[in-house]
Design a protein around this ligand. Structure first.
Ligand code: NAP
Length: 224
């Protein structure tokens, strides 16, 4: 069984790679810099790390070509985990560059990437790691770029669910919890291990009926 995880060099992505490796999967991880991703190398080997900058169109094309060369088969599980946080809190002056980079990395790039992988994503499970901060009905002030980017990827996931169900693939929009990583910080609620185990369990237990839902790492639905 093949599993592909983006942003696998640290945080939740690295833990997902470790867990899937322990479960006996063939794990392919992406990193913006495979050569300096030493922990990921120890887990899955440098030969299983493909360079990917998800905000860059050329990088997405090159990633797809490398993936096909490496596996030449269907991808059973694809997890888009890579993401960036944007500006924090309530800012008086928003930066065009930061907003565009956040939306590009968290929503435009992943959407184009999943579409570009369509031919190897039949009968597959596709998990998009989104965030509860993308819930429109639970919006609070601040963190505009991040909230906008995650609301946008939720729309994309819902849309892609309609498209990919024709090839029997499931799309899940998963909030990983508030997790102790570089992004989540030390005060977060749960460890990467708790989050990754939960995500894997949710993916394992998913079926056509869950496709297109917005759920957390325990499988609990989150309001749009
Ligand atoms: N931690 C939380 O509490 C929390 C809560 C809700 C949702 N999430 C979501 O969970 C996912 C993982 O978060 P995390 O906490 O593990 O974050 P993290 O520790 O900051 O790791 C982020 C990962 O994404 C990669 N990445 C960032 N920009 C990229 C780009 N342009 N192209 C390719 N890879 C890129 C990073 O690679 P580099 O090392 O090269 O930067 C790194 O591997 C994200 O989608 C995040 O939004 C996290």
């Amino acid at each position: 069984m093949n599993v592909v995880i983006t942003g696998a060099n640290r945080g939740i992505g690295l833990e997902l790679a470790k867990e899937y490796k322990n479960l006996g999967y063939n794990v392919i991880g992406t990193s913006r810099n495979p050569l300096s991703s030493t922990t990921l190398q120890e887990e899955i080997g440098l030969e299983n790390i493909i360079p990917l900058d998800i905000s860059n169109e050329t990088s997405i094309k090159e990633f797809y070509d490398s993936l096909i060369q490496k596996t030449n088969s269907q991808i059973d599980i694809f997890i888009n985990n890579a993401g960036t946080r944007g500006e924090r809190g309530l800012q008086e002056n928003l930066s065009h560059d930061v907003m565009l980079d956040t939306i590009n990395t968290n929503s435009v790039g992943p959407t184009i990437l999943i579409k570009s992988m369509k031919s190897v994503l039949s009968n597959s499970k596709i998990a998009i790691i989104t965030s509860g901060m993308g819930s429109i009905s639970k919006t609070m002030s601040g963190d505009l770029s991040y909230r906008m980017s995650k609301a946008a990827i939720n729309m994309a996931g819902r849309n892609l669910h309609m498209e990919f169900k024709r090839q029997k693939s499931i799309i899940l929009l998963i909030h990983p919890g508030w997790v102790k990583t570089d992004m989540g910080g030390d005060n977060a609620d749960i460890t990467v291990s708790e989050s990754a185990k939960g995500i894997i369990n949710v993916i394992d237990n998913s079926n056509n009926e869950n496709s297109g839902t917005f759920i957390d790492y325990n499988g609990k639905e989150i309001p749009w």
